[in-house]
Design a protein around this ligand. Sequence first.
Ligand SMILES: Nc1ncnc2c1ncn2[C@@H]1O[C@H](COP(=O)(O)OP(=O)(O)OP(=O)(O)O)[C@@H](O)[C@H]1O
Length: 902
Amino acid sequence: MKFAKSSEQRGRVLTALGAMRQQLGLVLGAAQAARETAEAELERLRLEQRILRAGIAHADPEDLRHPALSSVQDRLNAVHTAFYAEASTVPGKLRQLVAESAPGAASAPPSDWLGRVGTGKLSVPPLWRIGSSTVDSSGPFPVAVPLLDESHLSITTAPKTRAAAEALVENLLLRVLSSMEPGAVRVHLWDIGQLTAVLPNLYPLSRTSAVTVYDPARLDDLLDELAGYIRRTHAQTMQAGHHSVRSMREALGQRTEPWRIAVFFGNGEDWSREQLRELRRIAGGALAAGISLIGVDLPTMFGGGVENIRLVDEQHAVTSMTGQDIVVDLDPPIPAVEVSAAASRLADALIAKQGGPRSFPDLLPAELGRESSARELRAPVGFYEGDPVEVVIGDATPHALIGGPSGSGKTNFLYALIGSLAARYPPSELALYLLDFKEGVSFAGLAPGRRDASWLPHARLIGVNVNTDREFGLALLRFLADELRRRSAAAKEHEVTDLAELRRQDPDGHWPRIVAVIDEFQYLFAGRDTVTNQATALLEDIARRGRAQGIHLILASQDIAGIDAFWGKPAVFEQCTLRIAMPKARRVLAETNNAAVAAPKWHAVVNHDSGVAHGNQLAHVPDASSRDVFSSLQRRLWELYSNEHERPRLFDGAHSPILEHVPAFAALSPGGRPQALLGQAIEVEEKACAVDLFGAPGRNLAVLGTAAAEALSILDSAAKSLGRQYRPNEVEFLVSCLVDRCMPAVEHLVQWLKGEGHLVSQPQEDELGACLQQLVEGPTGHPRILLLYGVDAALPVLEAKKPGELKSGLDHFRTVLKQGPTRDVHTLGWWRSTARLKDTLGFGSTDDIGAWAALDVQGSELSQFAAGQVVHWSPRPGRALFFDRSTHVSPEVMIPFDRPEF
Ligand SMILES: Nc1ncnc2c1ncn2[C@@H]1O[C@H](COP(=O)(O)OP(=O)(O)OP(=O)(O)O)[C@@H](O)[C@H]1O
């Protein structure tokens, strides 16, 4: 049973194996057959190839005997017939294609369009006619080449065909300029050999922006311009999320930039390696920026898309569009007079459209305050050939440097910029801090004035006449550095790195971009002193870190002086990547960039590339600073925003404030810790310098120096401000004046104090000793303020001891200074020299004078009263140096209040 089963199994296996063998045989047989067929086909194709190469007439006799010949011949005959059947339809198809792709002036005969103004706006015809060709009896068909947005063109001439090449280019340009609306296309012409004009018939257009002719020696200028333009447009289109000007135009449905055609007439000679490299680079990026290049006899091939036209003779050419075998009959040149007349008409149309020279209102947007500054600030400052030229303050160009000699229009430029920005961004998006170190009041009009009550709502601070108050510049820088820190901290808290992100994360925060304009900023560095050192450190910090936090500097100066000021401070200079050069400005742009030398009056070279030539953009800056021009915008902005925004702080170095007008004085009232106001602090915020008179040793004040008006002002404001903090009969002023010419002023103060209901006693010189003794030895009682004018004059009397007495008046005075403050007796005294103060204090410590205000006293004399530190102080009228050891690290400059003379 078992045996039967296994033999059955074996039989099944053998059958299966047999079947498989048969299948394999079949497969192998088929493979063999297929291989033979393939080999025969290969043989046939090789034969076909040989015959095609040599032609049947010259074929190898061996091949003519080849068994596959007849099948090869059949196939070739079939292809031939099919080709000619198809070819007869080609001219017709081409006619149709050109009619569709090259409408109007792009292909029609000149008589149809020459002299008419084009209307093309958003798109350009893809093809442009250059001539025609004939291949069969069906007649000529048009030959057209791609250009704008599509391709570059490379033309090579044969001997004696140069004029034909020029006519070809001229015809093409005329077709383009006549198809598109005025201003839509700009042509740049450069010819290596032409010392007169290139394409002279187009000359009428060269007085407009439509055609610019470059001097043969200034190829670099053209290359720089094109490279700079490509760079700018690239940045702009990428930022807007597009890869080319064309896609941006199509997406936006509006033209943001004109098309450009740059024509280079070479002569086959070599260019410098650098120029060739630059040209190839330009060719690579040009089409995306809307630039087409036309090269005639150039020693290089263009990168990017290019079509070639090779002139065979004066009327004929072959092109890469049509292939080597088709000869193109070039369109005949248009008569010169007709070209000139048409060019004039196009030029007139463009000029009419551009509407002549632009003025300040043309810089302003249709609606005020619509832009957001989250990413950057962008505003036009002028016009080039009718088109606006913008300034961008943002990531790549966080800070600006403006230079130009006196009278070249820097201030006017600043007004144009400020106006254009303020009109676009509301004050919640843009805060301006404006400082002018010039002797003058350039920005004063932006603050409320007597003639015009309006102010610029974006301005937070306006500093004028600060030429002698370098400390005010320092104060502004300190303020900006503090704001920088505040913003950095907020950014850290929200875990973001820049202003745009911070604003996204903190939509309710108030984070405007801050623009600080400092005119004649080099004053900050005028002197080898602490102001210069501190200003340098602060400026570097702000310049380096301001970009991310939306704090921007605009530094203006009369060129050399300003640039020299950067010696040893390259960080600031390098961060100012936006350069504005007024005509004849030197050293604002890169060393080899001479654009400012050639800039006409009332123009500026705007350069966003650290002054390198390819970044040059020339702009005519409209008059923004003459009467009523800026102020009419200011009034509109003021009407729009002044309700929600405070008026700017005006710091005018030429005018000292009046005590009674300052907010710190108005805020004083009885009840707190008494505070003597001495003058105005040189700070961004309006703030007074004050001494706290509390019950601790040293809470006395010494005024030092001979400048009587300032000394009187300081003591006057100290007394009046203290007076405001006591109720009637609460405090006693003991007033003694030992300087005759100051008597009337002191008397005036005494009357004022009495009028306020305060107790006033006026000890005479010979009573002073006894009075001082009384203050020390008598009962404490009510607070007393000792006001002593010209203490030094009293010293001889005070020093004298009365017979039988152990202590002199001076001894009592020293005790008053030492112990008085803890007994509610504070001395406010005026010494006319530091030596006399030293004499007064004797061997005692200078600590008893806890605060002082120095007038015409040299800094070196003051260090002993400032804990031994080096004191930099060059006395100047109307200013004092103030130090309070309980609050100051180092002394600060102060402006004594204005005190009417008697
Ligand atoms: N673009 C302009 N169009 C018409 N007038 C202008 C223009 N720019 C400046 N001006 C006029 O020229 C004069 C000098 O200009 P501006 O005060 O701006 O020069 P500046 O370079 O700031 O000179 P300085 O450094 O001496 O102050 C002013 O009277 C101004 O009105």
